[in-house]
Structures are given as structure tokens and as C-alpha cells.
Design a protein around this ligand. Structure first.
Ligand SMILES: NC(=O)C1=CN([C@@H]2O[C@H](COP(=O)(O)OP(=O)(O)OC[C@H]3O[C@@H](n4cnc5c(N)ncnc54)[C@H](O)[C@@H]3O)[C@@H](O)[C@H]2O)C=CC1
Ligand SMILES: C[C@H](O)[C@@H]1OC(=O)[C@H](O)[C@@H]1O
Length: 253
């Protein structure tokens, strides 16, 4: 087990990639706190799945765009489990929309959830780790979209580049505290975030055709990369980005 008895916090942990990461953390021996803005039945399922691996799990509801959600989440995790060892910044949205008539509110909300949310949460988790005094690991779920564009993602791709940039700067700011900061860059992973977009069979076939490994990703494909970066196996890895995309990025022709 890579994370035996560690305490891992994950934003957006009720569904999709965050939920799969929560379960992988439990498989690796960690107790888990998940945040989400919806909670409910989905969060209850994640709690049950973590507990099935013999680990503890709490769910804390809150909008990551609000700074107070970050302190409330970290405080709740510390109250439940005593400390924070690993923080995974995952919550995000991608309301697909064309560039020329992008509503200002859609742009603002996407920036606030994806980038400001990652900032507030990373800051709150890091402050707790510094207070504890024995280091820690922070992993942000950025994206292949930090490296390449998307016609209907002009509001989204800058947030994913920003999240990785945040990890790079935090790697410097927090290195002296023994806190490592890295990004995972998933390719296209089948979740609710792209369900509508990929419901078009032609689009889905095109996306699959771009991937050397021959399939779109599943949320479970991301868990191993996060576990590695969060663990002592990556003790000398900080400020790094790990693409987990089935080879999509390198497939020019
Ligand atoms: N699915 C994909 O192809 C890819 C996703 N990503 C990133 O992975 C992360 C997770 O996305 P998915 O699992 O695909 O999406 P999803 O829609 O399946 O899950 C999103 C999670 O974030 C939570 N969330 C959304 N807005 C929130 C808010 N304001 N406050 C708190 N929680 C909030 C939801 O409740 C849910 O738990 C996102 O940051 C996304 O940008 C990155 C690359 C590819
Ligand atoms: C939501 C998209 O399908 C998904 O999000 C990303 O970050 C990937 O680049 C995909 O475009």
C-alpha cells in the first residue's frame, strides 16, 4: 500500500475522477475526506466504497469558489481524522460554449470554480500541512487541455493551464516545508462533465481515433497516477506534470 494510514482530502470527490481517486486512496490505505457542491446520494456511494476497503470517509458539502469552503473543509477533515497528509484539487466544471458569444457569467464561474477554487483549497490545505510540520503532498487535476486548445473550451483551457502553473509556483513556495506539489493531466475521461459532448457518435469516434491506446479514459485510469505522486515513491518529484491520456497528446499524425 502506498498511502497506509495517510489522510487524503479531495475536492469534487462525489463523482467522476474525484470519486475514483477517493476509492484508489482507500485501496492504498488512506482515510478520505471528500468535498463536493452536491453531496447527496453520489457522496454516500463514495463513502460506502471507501468503507468497503476498511477505511474511514467523510463528505463535506460546499462550493469551492468560496474561500470559506476551503477552511471549512480542512477543519472538518482535521476534526474527523486529526490531520491532512495529502490534498487533491479536483473539482471542476466545463460548460461547453462557443467563443464569440461566451456569456461573461459562464467565463467568470468557470474561472472561479476551477482556478480560484483550486487556489483557496490548496492554500488552506498547505497552511494545515505547514502547521503540522511534517510535509505533505498536493496533487492538482489539471488536464491535457493545459497544453492544447478546444474550440468550445476557451474559458476552460486557461483554467487548466492555470492550475498546473499554480502547482509549479506552490512547489517553490512550499518546498522548504517539505510539501510537494504536482499536477496530473488527464486526457478525455468518460464522466458527467463531457457526457453531452460525447453523446454525438461522430465526435466520440473521432476522439477515440486520436488515442494510440484505442479507448477513451475511465475515471479509474487516473487514480494510480495520483497515488504515485501523493506517495513517498515520488519523494523527489515536485512541480511536475504527469500526462495520463492514452497517448492522445503526442498523436500528431
Ligand atoms: N473528464 C475529463 O475528460 C477530464 C476532466 N478533467 C478535470 O477533472 C476534474 C474532475 O472532472 P470530472 O470528474 O470529469 O467531472 P464530474 O462532473 O464527473 O465531477 C465533478 C466533481 O466536481 C464537483 N464540483 C463541481 N463544481 C463544484 C463546486 N463549485 N464546488 C465543489 N465541488 C464541485 C462535482 O460535485 C463532482 O463531484 C475537473 O477539474 C476537470 O477539469 C481533466 C481532464 C479531463
Ligand atoms: C470536458 C472535456 O471533455 C475534457 O476536459 C478536459 O480537460 C479534456 O481535455 C477533455 O476535453
Amino acid at each position: 500500500m502506498l498511502l497506509k494510514d495517510k489522510v487524503v482530502l479531495i475536492t469534487g470527490g462525489s463523482r467522476g475522477i474525484g470519486a475514483a481517486v477517493a476509492v484508489e486512496m482507500a485501496k492504498q490505505g488512506a482515510d478520505v475526506a471528500i468535498n463536493s457542491n452536491s453531496g447527496g446520494a453520489a457522496a454516500a456511494e463514495v463513502i460506502a466504497a471507501v468503507e468497503a476497503h476498511g477505511r474511514r470517509c467523510i463528505s463535506v458539502e460546499g462550493d469551492v469558489a468560496l474561500p470559506e469552503t476551503a477552511t471549512a473543509f480542512v477543519n472538518a477533515a482535521v476534526e474527523a481524522f486529526g490531520r491532512v497528509d495529502v490534498f487533491v484539487s479536483n473539482a471542476g466544471i466545463c460548460p461547453f460554449h462557443a467563443f464569440l458569444d461566451m456569456p461573461a457569467e459562464t467565463l467568470k464561474r468557470t474561472m472561479e470554480v476551477n482556478l480560484h477554487g483550486a487556489y483557496f483549497m490548496t492554500q488552506a490545505a498547505a497552511n494545515q500541512m505547514v502547521k503540522q510540520g511534517n510535509g505533505g503532498a498536493i496533487v492538482a487535476i489539471s488536464s491535457i487541455s493545459a497544453l492544447v486548445g478546444g474550440e468550445f473550451q476557451t474559458h476552460y483551457t486557461p483554467t487548466k493551464a492555470g492550475v498546473h502553473s499554480l502547482m509549479q509556483s506552490c512547489a517553490i513556495a512550499l518546498g522548504r516545508h517539505g510539501i510537494r506539489c504536482n499536477s496530473v493531466l488527464p486526457g478525455t475521461i468518460l464522466t458527467d462533465i463531457n457526457r453531452d459532448d460525447l453523446s454525438d457518435p461522430a465526435k466520440r469516434e473521432y476522439m477515440e481515433g486520436r488515442i494510440p491506446l484505442g479507448r477513451l479514459g475511465q475515471p479509474e485510469d487516473i487514480g494510480g497516477a495520483v497515488a504515485f505522486l501523493a506517495s513517498d515513491m515520488a519523494a523527489y518529484v515536485t512541480g511536475a506534470a504527469l500526462l495520463v491520456d492514452g497517448g492522445a497528446f503526442v498523436n500528431l499524425q
